[in-house]
Design a binder for this molecule. Structure first.
Ligand SMILES: [Zn+2]
Length: 163
């Protein structure tokens, strides 16, 4: 009589499977993908604080730029106070001449602080009323005398020349 226990066994298995499926059914229903869920998955994630995060980053960038400009100006002012002189040889300055500007006027650039020493010149800024722009006269840099001295000696830089 081997059939009877098998039938009982299959009944037990069937009942067990049924019970397991009964417990799994809500879970399976929960994890099944409905069209709404698929659409929600495909939708790109949007940071709810995006505007605030961007504002903070812009503010941080502006502060960094402002701090960098202030530091650069402090270095250039300190170098100008020393007359853009070479630290090991104060009889020589660290200014090189730039002669290829479009307005034909010579400029100087300090090798230590990277300050561009400019003569009196015009700069043109954007103007929404005038298509030719707004012309502004920029006064001569107070260190321009170094460029004049170099020009008068015919040197390209003050490093090789004692002035
Ligand atoms: Zn300098």
């Amino acid at each position: 009589m081997p059939e009877k226990p098998e039938k009982n066994e299959s009944d037990v298995v069937a009942k067990t499977v049924e019970a397991v499926m009964a417990t799994l059914a809500p879970i399976l229903k929960e994890i099944s993908l409905s069209p709404e869920k698929i659409e929600a998955i495909r939708r790109p994630w949007v940071d709810p604080n995006q505007a605030e995060t961007e504002r903070k980053l812009r503010e941080q960038m502006a502060n960094d730029e402002k701090r960098g400009r202030a530091k650069n100006k402090a270095v250039q002012d300190a170098c100008a106070k020393m007359g853009h002189r070479h630290p090991q040889d104060p009889t020589k300055n660290t200014v090189n001449i730039i002669r290829n500007f479009h307005d034909g006027q010579s400029r100087g650039i300090c090798q230590r602080c990277l300050k561009i020493i400019q003569p009196l010149h015009w700069e043109i800024y954007y103007d929404d009323k005038d298509p030719n722009g707004r012309r502004v006269a920029i006064p001569e840099d107070e260190d321009y005398y170094i460029v004049r001295q170099l020009e008068s000696t015919g040197a390209n830089s003050g490093f090789g020349t004692a002035i």
